[in-house]
Ligand binder design. Structure first.
Ligand SMILES: Nc1nc2c(ncn2[C@@H]2O[C@H](COP(=O)(O)OP(=O)(O)OP(=O)(O)O)[C@@H](O)[C@H]2O)c(=O)[nH]1
Ligand SMILES: [Mg+2]
Length: 390
């Protein structure tokens, strides 16, 4: 059973800023935040953020000067503290701005740790700006290659793209703060997926099975909207996210993980409309995991975060001689049509999408009779999927 404990760990100076931005976000108090760094200046004490001073006996509170080997050594020296930090977590989200020392080297240590501890981890990394030059780019690319070899989900965001929607005359420090806010909102959106008592929660065990130990390319996008037309506008805003890639790239995703959060006025109708519109953009073969939560602090605002996952190698087909996976549960395809897997040859994937809405019963203790939760509508308990188009 999900305990929902989610740790957001920032490595290095840039990531530390994103972590602090996130800790100040509306409705983020249920998350645990930590920041590991060698540089004492960047380890500024902020309520709600656990600070770990890496390699403190020899780094002596200074930066790693852009050397990833020193970063790896420094973070490696704190492995016990890191292990204690991530013990018994449902998910770890690691943030690192690649291109210099602490994050590029230290993230490899954390990647090995979460693998050894068999934790599900999302890695959100940024790649250096073009203007930073080839040296930093090479460090970042080498770090990203190593990370991808050893990690389940790596979302790499080009810093250049984070700035494309910001007006050219924005002051540099404001532009950085805005870019950090985009990352902070995206990470929070993903974290909301595992939140206990979500209005619509993801079947986390099957999401984990689908994403663990697979090499994949991931991109992420985020949309915000408020006002009367917010369910439509949030989709439009999502597609303005340059980090996401184009429509076609999204449509061809192997897996899409989407998280919708809104204030207390978020209705089932809003959710249906918004998520059906998103579903219409996806290929029928795309596995989608969708979670929705009410975060009262969001007020009138709606936020939709998605991660698009493309496997490097498509899942192997189950040989015809092996029994077909069972039971074949119905799943939703494009435009909400029910699909039941009946082919002899099927992709060896676990059940794809759980969309269980408890509506007004979402915040009360479940009524369990003979192992069934009576607060879940009968049609959902019986696996009947509605065709939302009709
Ligand atoms: N998005 C974003 N990227 C940043 C920010 N600050 C730095 N970066 C990027 O992060 C890269 C690494 O910088 P830092 O995080 O400061 O480096 P570090 O990991 O602490 O390593 P050392 O400086 O060697 O100790 C830079 O090359 C920038 O591309 C920030 O506030 N936001
Ligand atoms: Mg630093």
């Amino acid at each position: 059973m999900s305990n929902g404990r989610t740790v957001i760990l920032g490595i290095g100076g840039g990531a530390g800023k994103v972590i602090r931005c996130m800790a100040a976000n509306k409705g983020a108090s249920w998350l645990e935040f930590a920041h590991i760094d060698t540089d004492a200046v960047d380890l500024e004490n902020v309520p709600g953020v656990t600070c770990l001073s890496a390699g403190s006996d020899w780094a002596k509170g200074r930066s790693c000067g852009g050397d990833p080997l020193l970063g790896e050594k420094a973070v490696g020296a704190n492995i016990r503290e890191l292990k204690a930090l991530v013990a018994d977590t449902e998910m770890v989200i690691v943030v690192g701005c690649l291109g210099r020392g602490v994050a590029s080297g230290g993230i490899q240590i954390v990647s090995r740790l979460v693998r050894e501890e068999e934790l599900l981890a999302f890695f959100f990394v940024t790649m250096p700006f073009s203007y930073e030059g080839n040296g930093r780019r090479e460090i970042a690319e080498s770090a990203l290659r190593n990370l991808r070899e050893n990690s389940d989900i790596v979302v790499a965001v080009q810093n250049d793209l984070l700035f494309t929607t910001i007006a050219a005359d924005t002051r540099a420090n404001e532009a950085f703060a805005m870019a950090d806010q985009v990352l902070a909102d995206g990470v929070q959106g993903i974290a909301e997926l595992v939140r206990c008592h979500g209005m619509m929660s993801v079947d986390f065990a099957s999401l984990r099975a689908l994403l663990k130990n697979r090499e994949a390319h991931c991109s992420f996008g985020i949309g915000h909207a408020s006002g009367a037309n917010k369910t439509v506008e949030v989709i439009d805003d999502l597609f303005k996210s340059r980090m996401l890639g184009d429509h076609d790239f999204l449509a061809r995703s192997d897996v899409v993980v989407a998280s919708l959060i809104g204030g207390t006025d978020l209705s089932i109708g809003d959710m249906n409309q918004c998520l059906s519109m998103l579903g219409n953009q996806l290929d029928p073969a795309t596995c989608s995991y969708i979670g929705a939560n009410v975060v009262p602090e969001k007020g009138d605002e709606l936020q939709l975060t998605i991660v698009s996952v493309h496997y490097k190698q498509k899942p192997a087909l189950v040989p015809a001689s092996e029994p077909a996976p069972s039971p074949a549960k119905p799943k939703r395809g494009r435009k909400g049509k029910a699909k039941v897997a009946t082919d002899e040859k099927q992709f060896d994937l676990p059940f794809v999408e759980e969309m269980v809405s408890l509506g007004i019963f979402g915040n009360v203790p479940p009524t369990i009779v003979k192992g069934e939760n009576l607060d879940v509508p009968t049609f959902q308990r019986q696996g009947v999927v509605l065709d939302l188009d009709d």
